[in-house]
Design a protein around this ligand. Sequence first.
Ligand code: NAD
Length: 409
Amino acid sequence: MNDQADPAPEPDQRPQGEETGAEQTSEAAAPAGEAPEPTTITVGDGGGSGGQALGYDVVVGNGLLARLPEMIGTQPERVLVIHPRALRATGDVVREDLENAGYKAVVAEIPDAEEGKHIQVAAFCWQVLGQNDFTRSDAVVSVGGGAVTDVAGFVAATWLRGVRVVHMPTTLLGMVDAAVGGKTGINTAEGKNLVGSFHQPAGVLADLDTLLTLPRNELVAGLAEVVKCGFISDERILEIIEEHPEQAQNPHSAQLRELIERAIAVKAAVVGRDPKEAGLRESLNYGHTLAHAIELAERYQWRHGAAVSVGLVYAAELARSLGRLDDAAADRHRSVLQLLGLPTTYRDDRWNQLLEGIRRDKKNRGDQLRFVLLSAQGQPATVEIPDASILYATYQEIAEPETAGPVSL
Ligand SMILES: NC(=O)c1ccc[n+]([C@@H]2O[C@H](COP(=O)([O-])OP(=O)(O)OC[C@H]3O[C@@H](n4cnc5c(N)ncnc54)[C@H](O)[C@@H]3O)[C@@H](O)[C@H]2O)c1
């Protein structure tokens, strides 16, 4: 077995400054009845310009629309707002606000969710940009979940070889994951996210008010990525969920806000040190090897977060089987995820299909299967699996007969 260390931020701390690549500023205590001040988490070291380099802010708070012009900057004259049909009202408000701030704002309404991540949708957006004379100094704004972030980021990365993009994520997953880190992508007939590029945003506005309309299942699914950040880095995330499982799922609560901020800080710290997925960033893939295999087996009818939840439990069981992780840390995976109502088992008749998916994982090298596993709380590493039979044996720990099996969210 061969380990590659994935240094992660210290547990029990919000990542700070250069050491971790993320910096977090100001969370003023709010007077009773008033929303607290927004929190700013800076990704990277502040170098570079034009949305092409690290050094951008992720602002988390309520009622953040007024901050959008500040993030877009004074250089752009035209701004394309890309949003899905489902968020037309929000998209309209954003457009009006930009017009009032003096920009020429144009809207591209795109199909919802994965339907939006198509080359034809990107081509439609390029057409809108072309017809409205967008130049290299103009900008794109995404308003929506991770699917919109991905396609809008891709459009911004490719128009005139790269224009500024600001993300306004409106799902929990978008806030803590898709909008941070600069990965963009679209799907092809051969699979998800096969085409894309790295294109760092100029900034991210995570307005917590948008979560008020998000269906509960989407919110809870997004929490699986938050839990992942707890296990790979910030144990306080796990404690908050254990102490306040209901509040963790309440978009009005201070606890959910803190969970979001902490998860963003974990991701920001990792991508700040590894912007193009050269190695360190593999720690963010914790739980994702089996998760991607489940998504494939389910033809993407399961929410990503539900699959990640099962994948996290499997990774913990695998680490336990290999003698890397103690019982308490392994058991904690199942208990924290169950507190949120996330699935922790998968059907027992699908192993061959899952193994096929595991073999396609991007972390593998040749025939060598690789998983991100913990050796302790907050200690992820990429581990080569010497003998694939242990994967099947471990699967028995999470397999359920189909009739008694889990429902995806
Ligand atoms: N680039 C990255 O680093 C990265 C990371 C993780 C995931 N992703 C991508 O993100 C996508 C999944 O993102 P997602 O989970 O946000 O799903 P999504 O974007 O498909 O949104 C889920 C659903 O919620 C609706 N919605 C969004 N915001 C809403 C709101 N505020 N109120 C009511 N409804 C709302 C959407 O219209 C959609 O129907 C996948 O395509 C995945 O590949 C990318």
